[in-house]
Design a protein around this ligand. Sequence first.
Ligand code: AMP
Ligand code: ZN
Length: 483
Amino acid sequence: MTDASNLTLFNSLTRQLEPFKPVHQGEARVYTCGPTVYNYPHIGNMRAYVFADVLGRTLSHKGYKLTHVINITDVGHLTDDADAGEDKMEKMARVAAESIWDIAAHYTQAYWADIAALNIRQPAKWSIATDYVPQMIEFAEKIAPSHCYEIESGLYFDVSTVADYGRLARAVTDEGEGRIEAVDGKRNAADFAIWRKTPAGEKRQMEWDSPWGPGAPGWHLECSVMSGDLLGFPFDIHTGGIDHREIHHPNEIAQNQAFCCTNGLDVPANSGAKVWMHNNFLVERSGKMSKSSGEFLRLQLLIDEGYHPLGYRMMCLQAHYRSELEFSWEGLAAALVRLKRMIIVAERLAGVEAGDAAHPKLAPMLETFEKAIGEDLNTAIALTALEEVLAAKKVDPSAKRAAVEAMDAVLGLDLFGTSRADLRLRPNTAEITEAEIEDVLARRKQARAEKDFATSDVLRDELAARGVDAMDGDPLGWEWKLG
Ligand code: AMP
Ligand code: ZN
């Protein structure tokens, strides 16, 4: 077991870097807010899971027994986080004229496909919100007498009943801020529904009986219940995107305080988790990434354009998770080239068995890596340490292989499971097969070796006529691309 002090994490609740000290000796229990499965995730959403994956891999690497839970929200998330609007799932079901259950199943599968493509490890548990409704009702019954009140639209949480409400957001919670839409009968602007009643005379596709009448749980309640049930309060780390720092997580915290009968957030564990971590946003040049415009940035779009998904993972790792990251196709292409360079070296270690990474030449690089990843997951520096190891000369290949494997176990670039050919830029609209291209390129190479430049030119033109550019001497190292 490594010394706890060699892992420092930024706690959004205290806004400080803190040495990681697990609640249970030798263990790390992590809860990650998962997707609302009403649509495909965009690549910004996937940044949140790449971040959580690197966190989980780091905890495993540092010797902790990891229990990671990611939830799937298939009910209760309204179109406006601030407790207004319509259920996102219901809205999509109406627009698509399909059942909510079919929609949830379809988009959950699509999300899991992205998880696999990005080499994100499977968590110990995917918790599906609708599987936990009885536990949600039980939780709500326990906190209702002292913390909730009932109005026509549902059971509401009174945020004035817990200490330090909103500390995570550093938000002022008075009405003046106007961040939470008015609902008739609400006592405080920031109060939120933990149970939404089905309006009289209506029937929702998804509804359950409860002491407050038929209805559905609130989104915030879901995460409190699943995290507490599966990991026990307090657990170690709760993660999500930075938007969750503002409303969703403060509301989860308020419920957790009510449930655990604790007050005051000067002791972070009273919030239900000792550490709250948030990844910053992936943004587009035009601003916020959104799913509302017709063709939004899905991982599949990147793949269709010829970019291997691990190129996107590399792009995420190049930035610190707490920095905003701007997406651009040029940036993605550069990240893919960087990955390709690493894979070219890794391919040379293909048949080598990993030995002992302890080699005097590699020691300082391994140390830099360890320090970087331990300092609030500095993947950008960790990547450069990995590159130094790959480039190191006169090092026993078995030591090198061991070092690269150890580093890649944290970064998850799958360097030994991906080939250079996998990374080729080849949009799926291409009409020529890869084998055909390779065949012509091989003949062209042969012609050039024989100084038969006329044939070489003919073959080059033949490729060009079929939409393929041979990229002689390309500084980025690609052999060809579709024109
Ligand atoms: P949602 O499916 O909307 O609940 O979002 C899933 C996760 O993605 C949440 O943790 C969000 O905070 C996070 N998220 C949303 N947009 C972005 C973005 N542009 N960049 C990074 N993370 C995001
Ligand atoms: Zn959540």
